[in-house]
Design a protein around this ligand. Structure first.
Ligand SMILES: [Zn+2]
Length: 206
């Protein structure tokens, strides 16, 4: 068999439909972006997660005992305009849509900005202070470009739809309790307690 052929079951996670490159801040570069949404109550998708080798959904059990309290991880669809390194728009007007997955820290910065400058009507400039951990500084712009023209807005919302589906799938892996225990190296805790209950004992105690 050729080296390029792999053998696997359904556990292989690299195979997903609709892969998109995720938005990431780059050090020494300021981007001008905006969060794309139709409903302000559905701007973000997110969940409480843990990280060990990969991000996985918290099941409020052994995962928290071993790894500590879960953290929020969330995402949205963003538009990134074509700009120079300082985030100034370049001609011709161009943009790309990306899934953006981020941490609590970034969410709180967005929330803070939104309290003064609603992100519905203001683009933001994002500069990255730490690329590996995606520490981002966020400042509001005077206006929102993508919502300025109805035709442009409609095209962008249509383009964002499949990326939004991708965002929801990309927050974290939904692992079974058994798989989480295996990942955490916990052995022999998966037995259903009702199956090993000695009914004789229980009845004596009543
Ligand atoms: Zn947990």
């Amino acid at each position: 068999m050729s080296d390029q052929i792999e053998v696997f079951g359904f556990e292989k996670e690299e195979i997903k439909d609709g892969m998109y490159e995720k938005y990431k801040g780059k050090k020494g570069q300021t981007d001008r972006i905006a969060i794309i949404y139709t409903d302000p109550k559905a701007m973000f998708a997110g969940s409480q997660i843990h990280y060990k080798d990969k991000f996985f959904l918290c099941k409020k059990g052994k995962c928290c005992e071993v790894l500590g309290p879960p953290k929020w991880r969330m995402g949205s669809v963003v538009i990134k305009y074509y700009t120079d390194k300082l985030g100034n728009l370049k001609k011709p007007f161009a943009y790309e849509l990306y899934p953006w997955i981020f941490s609590e820290r970034t969410f709180l910065k967005l929330k803070n900005t939104n309290s003064e400058f609603s992100l519905a009507s203001h683009d933001i400039k994002v500069s990255c202070t730490n690329e590996e951990f995606q520490h981002l500084d966020i400042t509001p712009c005077n206006e929102s470009i993508w919502t300025a023209k109805e035709v442009l807005k409609k095209t962008i919302l249509e383009g964002a739809r499949s990326i939004w589906d991708f965002v929801k799938k990309s927050i974290a892996t939904n692992m079974s309790i058994e798989d989480i225990n295996e990942l955490l190296g916990i052995v022999g805790t998966t037995t259903d307690p009702t199956q090993t209950l000695d009914l004789g004992d229980v009845l004596e105690q009543v």
